[in-house]
Design a protein around this ligand. Structure first.
Ligand code: PMP
Length: 397
């Protein structure tokens, strides 16, 4: 038998946790594993701006004809504006080309396969730690994955000098994966000077930055969160961005993202884009339309855009409030250990410093689900579950 040769794959560390959570019959269970935004009621509702755009689309849509390989053109334009700003020279000079792709994951995979097949860039450096799926995606595409130091457990902070030391080992043409904002899992981002230093290093050593930009608007704001990317793009001639609207538009199951390539000039961008399209054609031919149409409809309509920005601000602010409440509640539960670093981190996640044993106890004894690395999805905390979670943490520490 052919299939009898197939070995069982290990469960995905994050999605496997969701399966275990679903199977747990304890009523008071709390899932702080997967990165999904929950509102104060613990729900993940469709954004109101999205609902309105969908109603509009339902009315005007006349055909389900295929999109081009690169997807919805109006969408690709708004992606570039979100990434590089309203008056970007890169966009004006047509140095950027964008293809709509299925989520951040699909975008990263397209980028990796494009690089693997068409360039001498076959090694990618990712932060230690990084999002668990990065290694998977890049190795499946055939790239060699190396790590650069990023985080120090003892200080709950980043070690920028160590990052630079490691990246100095990279060789010409190597790819450097950078989290545009809201680093997953640590929540610790580079400041603008550090971004410039990394960009200069990439320029000096001819390294290619690949931005994973999955959380624009979840850190400080839509424009603010793009400052690192824009600073790097000002310094290096070439880079790639894989962005996602899963989180900031709440479009998780629509699988909507984009891969954007910035080249040194318009001709080089176009030539590269022909190969990006070839990569897509052999993979899924062309992207599903709905997510791209939702995003482009919202961003083209001043009223819908303002509503979306309001909804995004609400999500960002609620997460920030939960960070503060979490730190305060741990204190009031008598926890002496300093957790104040949690309120300094950005985005959906917090690297709590909880050990694997403590994470296991939280799951087994308290039905609280956290990723084994100690990463907590702060976006899953609510005023209702914070006391329960903090009480439990106080007991396992
Ligand atoms: N990159 C990072 C850093 C992420 O956290 C995620 C989502 N967890 C993704 C990419 C993938 O996003 P998507 O769900 O749009 O594929």
């Amino acid at each position: 038998m052919i299939f009898s040769q197939v070995k069982q794959a290990p469960a995905d560390p994050i999605l496997g946790l969701t399966d275990a959570f679903k199977a747990d019959t304890r009523a008071h269970k709390v899932n702080l594993g997967v990165g999904i935004y929950k509102d104060e009621a613990g729900q993940t509702p469709v954004l109101s701006s999205v609902k309105k755009a969908e109603a509009k689309l339902l009315e005007i849509e006349k055909s389900k004809n295929y999109l081009g390989i690169e997807g919805v053109q109006a969408y690709n334009q708004v992606v570039q504006t979100l990434l590089f700003g309203e008056n970007s020279d890169i966009v004006k000079q047509q140095r950027a080309v964008t293809a709509q792709a299925p989520g951040g994951t699909g975008s990263l995979r397209v980028a990796a396969e494009f690089l693997m097949s068409n360039t001498n860039s076959k090694t990618i450096w990712v932060s230690n730690p990084t999002w668990a799926n990065h290694q998977n995606i890049f190795e499946t595409a055939g790239l060699t994955v190396k790590q650069y130091q990023y985080y120090v457990a003892e200080t709950h902070d980043m070690d920028f000098d160590a990052m630079i030391t490691d990246l100095n080992q990279a060789e010409e043409g190597d790819i450097v994966l950078l989290h545009g904002c809201c680093h997953n899992p640590t929540g610790i981002d580079l400041n603008i000077e550090q971004w410039k230093t990394v960009a200069q290093l990439c320029l000096d050593k001819s390294l290619l930055p690949l931005f994973d930009f999955a959380y624009q608007g979840f850190g400080a704001g839509i424009e603010e969160d793009a400052q690192g990317l824009r600073a790097v793009a000002d310094i290096v001639p070439e880079l790639i961005v894989a962005n996602s609207f899963s989180k900031n538009f709440g479009l998780y199951n629509e699988r909507i993202g984009a891969v954007t390539l910035v080249a040194e000039d318009a001709q080089s961008a176009l030539t590269s884009f022909s190969q990006v399209k070839k990569t897509i054609r052999s993979s899924y031919s062309n992207p599903p339309a709905h997510g791209g149409l939702i995003v482009s409809t919202i961003l083209a309509d001043a009223e819908l855009r303002a509503e979306w920005e309001g909804e995004l601000t609400e999500m960002r602010q609620r997460i920030a409030q939960m960070r503060t409440l979490f730190v305060e509640t741990l204190k009031s539960e008598g926890v002496e250990q300093d957790f104040s670093f949690i309120s300094r981190q950005n985005g959906m996640f917090s690297f709590s410093g909880l050990t694997k044993e403590q994470v296991n106890r939280l799951r087994d004894e308290f039905a609280i689900y956290i990723v084994g690395s100690g990463r907590i999805s702060v976006a899953g905390l609510t005023k209702d579950n914070v006391p329960v979670v903090c009480k439990a943490i106080a007991q396992v520490l």
